[in-house]
Design a protein around this ligand. Structure first.
Ligand code: FES
Length: 162
C-alpha cells in the first residue's frame, strides 16, 4: 500500500509519520510512535479502551484512519502524568480503585479529561455571561439610581409610617 507522510501533533510534539493513509490511528500511536499507553480492546469502536483526544474531543482511535487527523492535535494518556507524578485525575482513579484491570483505564482517563475540559469551558462561558450580566446590571443601576434619588422617598416613608 502507498505510504504517505502525515504531520500531526501528539502530546504537544510535532510528529511526521510515513504510513498508509488508512492505517488506524491506534496503530500509528502504539507501533510507529511507541505510545503504548493507548490500549486496544474490541477494535470495533464499542469499548472505548482506545480513546484519545483529537483537538480536545474524545475519540476511539481504533476507528480513525491516520489521514483523517493530519494537522490535528492528539493527546494520549502519556500526556497526563508520569508514574512518579500522577496528575490529580490519575491519582483519584488510583485511590478509588477506578483503574480496575487496567486495559480500559487509559480510555476512561482520556474520556474523563475531555469532560473536565468541557466542564471548565462551560464554567468559563458561564462566568463570562455572569460578568456581562453584572456589567449590564451595574449600568442599569447607574441609570436607575438618579431616578431613585428623585423619588420622594422621605414623604412616601412618612405616609407609609415606616
Ligand atoms: S478498542 Fe474498543 S473502541 Fe477502540
Amino acid at each position: 500500500m502507498a505510504m504517505r507522510k502525515i504531520e500531526l501533533t501528539v502530546n504537544r510534539k510535532r510528529q511526521r509519520v510515513a504510513a498508509p493513509p488508512f492505517r488506524r490511528l491506534i496503530d500509528v500511536l502504539r507501533e510507529d510512535l511507541g505510545l503504548t499507553g493507548t490500549k486496544e480492546g474490541c477494535g470495533e469502536g464499542e469499548c472505548g479502551a482506545c480513546t484519545v483526544l483529537i483537538d480536545g474531543q474524545a475519540v476511539n482511535s481504533c476507528l480513525i484512519p491516520v489521514c483523517q487527523v493530519e494537522g490535528q492535535s492528539i493527546r494520549t494518556v502519556e500526556s497526563l502524568g508520569k508514574p512518579a507524578a500522577l496528575n490529580p485525575l490519575q491519582q483519584a482513579f488510583l485511590e478509588t480503585g477506578g483503574a480496575q484491570c487496567g486495559i480500559c483505564t487509559p480510555g476512561m482517563l482520556m474520556t474523563a479529561t475531555a469532560w473536565i475540559v468541557l466542564g471548565v469551558v462551560v464554567l468559563l462561558g458561564s462566568l463570562q455571561e455572569l460578568a456581562r450580566g453584572l456589567h449590564a446590571a451595574k449600568l442599569l443601576v447607574g441609570q436607575v439610581t438618579p431616578l431613585v434619588d428623585d423619588l420622594p422617598i422621605g414623604g412616601l416613608a412618612q405616609r407609609a409610617d415606616v
